[in-house]
Write a new protein. Structure first.
Length: 185
């Protein structure tokens, strides 16, 4: 995990890790979910269910006020004792610029403080990316992956900080119910 953060810090001045949705899905999420090598291997694995969004500093890959990491598939689960993530009504397909084929889906989650379902909505947002199901050759290779990001803004809507993270679940339990994997900013 730390090696990934160190690699970005050692980039020459002016270089940034700013992948597009397509690049995140094709060059990071797909290799990770297919158990292929990913170079550079700079995105760490974290358990989002053990961390609040404001605790990612020093644990996730930080680039341009965004945090990136691989982890488990996002569910509407309680996070520690202080809050939970809830999926919002947002789903956007991601297409390959070369072939025009659908390669993934992006979904949005919000962070709520308190106990579900009565928590208070915060300004933290997470984008989750899923691979399209056609990227899985066999049931053995099927992996559910997602990446997520958080953003926080004050009451007037101005952005205070922005976090990105990526998740990967190596569990095949619910693959028949899932048609795509997700990656989130």
């Amino acid at each position: 995990m730390e090696d990934g953060c160190l690699m970005v810090n050692q980039l020459p001045l002016g270089f940034r890790f700013c992948p597009t949705d397509e690049e995140l899905v094709l060059h990071f999420l797909y290799p990770k979910s297919s158990l292929l090598p990913c170079y550079p291997n700079i995105i760490p694995e974290l358990d989002i269910y053990l961390l609040h969004p404001w605790e990612l500093d020093g644990k996730a890959l930080l680039s341009e006020k965004r945090y990136f990491f691989f982890g488990q598939t996002m569910e509407n689960r309680v996070l520690l004792e202080k809050g939970y993530w809830k999926q919002l009504d947002f789903e956007q397909p991601i297409f390959s610029s070369g072939s025009g084929k659908k390669i993934g889906v992006k979904k949005l989650h919000g962070f709520f403080m308190g106990e579900a379902p009565f928590g208070m909505k915060t300004n933290w947002l997470m984008q989750e990316y899923h691979l399209s199901s056609h990227y899985y050759k066999t049931k053995e290779n099927k992996k559910v992956g997602n990446a997520q990001s958080f953003s926080y803004s004050d009451e007037d809507g101005s952005e205070m900080s922005y976090l990105d993270e990526m998740f990967l679940s190596l569990d095949d339990d619910d693959l028949d119910d899932i048609s795509s994997s997700q990656l989130i900013f």
